[in-house]
Structure formats: C-alpha cells, structure tokens
Ligand binder design. Structure first.
Ligand code: IMP
Length: 176
C-alpha cells in the first residue's frame, strides 16, 4: 500500500508552543534535581531533542530500543529489548519521553522493566495521547496533545519508517 500525507492535525507552531509549556512544567517540578530523560527509539527522538532545547534545568538523556511483537497494526504488549540503557537508573529521577501512547501496552511493559531497577521516581511524558485506544491504564504525567483514533505521522512518528521528519502531525491518508 502507498500512502500520502492527509490533513494536518497539529501545526508546527502549536507543537513548538506546547513543547515550551511542557519544558516549563518540568523545570518547575524538577527544580534542584537532575532528571534522566529516557527516549524509546525511534519515535520519541524529535520530541526529546526539542524538549532538551527548551529545558533550563540540568538533565541527562539515555535511550532504549524495543521491538513489540505486532499482529497487523495491533501491539501485542510483549516487548523485547533490542538496546538497553547505557547507565544505571537506581535512585535517579527518570522521565520516559514518548512520541505517542496508543494501547499503552508497550509503555506499561517498559515502565515495569524500569521500575524494577529502583529509580527514585518515574514519570511519563508523551507528546501525543490516543486515549480512545487505551487497553491498559498507564499513569501519564505530561501530555502534549490528545489525538483521535487515526493513524498519525510526523514529529517523529513514522509510516513504514518514513515521514518522521515532518515538523507537524498529520493523518496518514491511503493513496487512491
Ligand atoms: P502502544 O503499545 O499501542 O501504546 O504503541 C505505542 C507505539 O506504537 C508508539 O510508540 C508508536 O511507535 C506506535 N504508534 C501507535 N500509534 C501510532 C500512530 O498513529 N502513528 C505512528 N505510530 C504509532
């Protein structure tokens, strides 16, 4: 199947404004602390770097790569770690930085893996929240935007590894 970019859901301006606001909240909440931002590759990288540019507090970053066993477009919730964090997170204030929370299964799995390593605290920050599709409740502390139950691309999100570079979030439209 081929695809094309459909209607724009969130513009570049709206995204940049919201990233500044979220960074402001995190600055206030973590004043005097040095949180570790963990990005789950690859979708979260654009949001992570934009957030880093806006944060005024000291912080560290680390990465994790996972693959979920999918059946069609549905996440199974069983996750395999392809690349693990480079540092220990014991006693660290950890913030998972995600592109989108859909069913929540992947994030729930990652959250439990990280909690077992005894961070001092663990919060979740996601740019997009596709609430309507949630299958498992995951506590989310910072949300950029809620999106409808449609497949979206851009701002880190891909369709078959492409379109991550779009500075806005759009709906993917099948090509007629
Ligand atoms: P979950 O386990 O169902 O929450 O799946 C989360 C992952 O699925 C995200 O980190 C994305 O990589 C991917 N995903 C979910 N919805 C979309 C979408 O609309 N566009 C692109 N990727 C998506």
């Amino acid at each position: 199947m081929e695809a094309k970019i459909g209607r724009i859901l969130i513009s570049e301006d709206e995204i940049q404004r919201r990233v500044k606001e979220l960074a402001g909240e995190i600055d206030r909440d973590y004043s005097g602390k040095v949180p570790t931002l963990i990005s789950v590759l690859k979708g979260g990288i654009i949001f992570l770097t934009d957030l880093m540019h806006e944060l005024r507090i000291l912080h560290e970053v680390d990465f994790m790569s996972v693959s979920s066993y999918n059946s069609g477009t549905q996440t199974s919730g069983v996750v395999r770690i392809l690349a693990d964090l480079s540092r220990n997170i014991e006693d660290k204030d950890v913030i998972i930085v995600e592109d989108i929370v859909d069913s929540g299964l992947t994030l729930d799995y990652i959250r439990h893996i990280l909690l077992a390593r005894h961070p001092r605290s663990l919060r979740i920050c996601t740019m997009l929240d596709k609430r309507a599709r949630r299958r498992v409740e995951v506590p989310i502390d910072y949300v950029g935007f809620e999106v409808p139950d449609e497949f979206v691309i851009g701002y880190g999100l891909d369709w078959q590894e492409k379109y991550r570079n779009l500075p806005y979030v759009a709906v993917m439209a099948p090509r007629e």
